[in-house]
Design a protein around this ligand. Structure first.
Ligand SMILES: [Cu+2]
Length: 597
């Protein structure tokens, strides 16, 4: 109980009333617990253990990850930076020295903390100028797998990130013989600003998987000339190719595990019969991965920093910024490949689980590249090839209570063969010329995602995530805040309710209020949304055992909702974690106001 009292003492300022424990699912009172066994991932992985004070220096250095010279923003000399290991109940101090030639600010992703410690320059603190240092200091009120990264410009894309692991104060719920952080990232030798500019000029320039005349012939054979032609024309009108599920691609990216390209084969050791905990952290700027370990079942035990009822799976799709922990139990004396194919199948990250260093297992061939049909996009059209209608549970969530989209962004029925473009919200200075709208946004929480729905292998879905502990706030929401995710593919403008960040004010909420956040994705892309400073509880049919998420992926034309209780005042970013979408304007602030009564 002492620990619980300790945690209560660290209540975040004015978060009174419903109690300081609102920040996470309830836990049984924990005794003075045994510590989780922990093994260093590999001899060269820098791990700072359960300390309370950390010194970090970020600087720009030449680096060679791909055979070509480039530069990186390294933390304490490396990328990823050191794995920070904290303990729940401690107060940590992090001194961050900025030796880069530009301002920075580090963000502790998924951590509930006072607003000025959250690290977003210009919003929550002035930022750290070149040659200056900043001291972060805050209590640790939670445990689990998280990460940290620069929240300034494109610094994260060039290496400024690392793993963050917090040991529970009491007896851990999850026990494993070995424990490894697996940080996935998408390295580019290019300057990210150049990539962003390229997108503005030609949004699909990195999509080298485009379907060609030869696949058109296949389509004709399958569906007949008329149907194939009309499908092609409709995609052409939307100026998007159905394979453009993700951008950029391996044309510029090399996918890394713990900073190593596939050929360098980062290796985690085990002895046959042991249980191994793998903490997957997607620190990529723009890439989703489908993770599998051929020959092993992965048991998903921890999602976004919180323990979940174990779900055995063959595969796991991980969105940008998401964190999932799995347990595997290899019994054979042989190597296994940890295979993380990028969602667009343009490349993969790879590591090895082996009894001895230097061993390898075969690298599997990649699964079929996901293609989308008009039906996947919430459009009436050709028979769906990837997502059968029966896969999609269509159930509408209750009516609007809060914000509505601005005039002009509401879906309208049009003739079936017309392109779905909308007139822009009439805003002076807005660059939004047309906003693509999905006609039939659907609940997609029970499906793992494009290209995975008809595989023999079992992939995790959000519907299967069940928190081990019930949520603490049982109050129903008193209002709904509706966010339409919108975009203009041709001009690489990404927005919310038809407006970019620069064109919109904050979303005001009150400390301690209970609200529903509902997302309707009207674009063709996945958008992994991160809310700073408070948990999002996914309404996924698990009753009071809703999973607590720090980032929620919203699939194309998906309609999903979460419950939120703000626990600290201030301006908290809510944004798509695809760096190029975020920088283009898919960003809002949630302003938590103190209670007045
Ligand atoms: Cu996005």
């Amino acid at each position: 109980m002492a620990r619980d009292l300790g945690r209560r003492a660290f209540a975040l300022g004015a978060a009174a009333g419903t109690g300081a424990l609102l920040y996470r699912p309830a836990r049984a009172a924990a005794g003075p617990g045994a510590r989780a066994p922990f093994t260093l991932a590999s001899p060269d992985e820098p791990v700072v253990r359960a300390a309370r004070r950390f010194d970090l220096t970020v600087e720009r250095q030449p680096i060679n990850k791909t055979g070509a010279p480039s530069w990186a923003n390294v933390i304490n000399g490396g990328t990823p930076g050191p794995t920070l290991r904290w303990r729940e109940g401690d107060v940590v101090t992090i001194e961050l020295m900025n030796r880069m030639p530009e301002m920075t600010g580090f963000h502790w992703h998924g951590i509930i903390l006072p607003n000025p410690m959250d690290g977003v320059p210009g919003l929550q603190f002035p930022g750290i100028q070149p040659g200056e240092r900043f001291t972060y200091r805050f209590p640790i009120l939670q445990s689990g797998t998280y990460w940290y990264h620069s929240h300034m410009g494109y610094q994260e894309q060039k290496g400024a990130y690392g793993a963050l692991i917090i040991d529970p104060a009491g007896t851990p719920n999850i026990r494993a013989d070995r424990d490894y952080a697996i940080v996935l990232s998408d390295w580019t030798d290019e300057d990210p600003q150049v990539i962003a500019n390229n997108f503005k000029l030609m949004p699909d320039m990195y999509n080298f998987n485009r379907r060609t005349v030869s696949t058109f012939a296949t389509d004709v054979e399958r569906s007949g000339l008329g149907a194939a032609m009309s499908e092609r024309l409709r995609w052409a009108r939307m100026r998007m190719d159905p394979s453009g599920v993700q951008a950029p691609t391996a044309y510029t990216y090399t996918y890394l595990v713990n900073g190593r390209p596939p050929a360098a084969n980062w290796t985690a050791l085990f002895r046959p019969g042991e249980s191994v905990r793998l903490r997957f952290i997607n620190a990529s700027a723009a890439s989703f991965y489908d993770i599998s370990i051929p020959g092993l079942t992965m048991e998903v035990v921890h999602a976004h920093g919180n323990d979940v009822v174990p779900v055995p799976v063959d595969g796991l799709r991980i969105g940008v910024a998401e964190t999932f922990d799995v347990i595997v139990r290899p019994t054979e004396d042989r190597a296994f490949t940890i295979f993380a194919e990028s969602m667009d199948r343009s490349g993969y990250a790879r590591a090895t689980l082996a009894p001895r260093d230097g061993m390898e297992a075969p690298i599997p061939s990649m699964t079929d590249r996901p293609l989308r049909t008009m039906a996947d996009m919430g459009m009436p059209g050709m028979a769906p090839a990837q997502i059968g209608a029966s896969d999609v549970r269509s159930s509408r969530i209750g009516g609007l209570m809060g914000m509505s989209p601005p005039p002009g962004t509401r879906p309208e029925r049009r003739a079936a063969n017309q392109p779905r473009t909308m007139d822009p919200p009439q805003q002076p200075g807005t660059g939004v010329q047309s906003v693509f709208m999905a006609e039939m946004p659907q609940r997609r929480i029970g499906i793992p995602g494009d290209g995975l729905n008809h595989l023999d292998r079992r992939f995790l879905t959000y519907a299967e995530l069940r928190s081990v502990h019930p949520g603490v706030d049982r109050r129903p929401p008193t209002r709904e805040i509706l966010l339409h995710l919108t975009g203009n593919m041709e001009r690489f403008i990404w927005s919310i309710n038809g407006r970019k960040f620069s064109e919109a004010g904050p979303i005001d909420v009150t400390l301690g209020e209970r609200f529903r956040l509902r997302f309707i994705n009207n674009t063709m892309m996945n958008h992994p949304f991160h809310l700073h400073g408070m948990w999002m509880e996914l309404e996924n049919g698990q009753g009071d055992h809703r999973p607590y998420l720090h980032t929620v992926n919203i699939q194309p034309s998906e309609d999903l909702s979460l419950l939120v209780t703000p626990v600290a005042t201030g301006q908290w970013p809510l944004h798509c974690h695809v760096l190029y979408h975020f920088e283009a304007g898919m960003f809002r602030t949630v302003r938590v106001l103190p209670r007045t009564a």
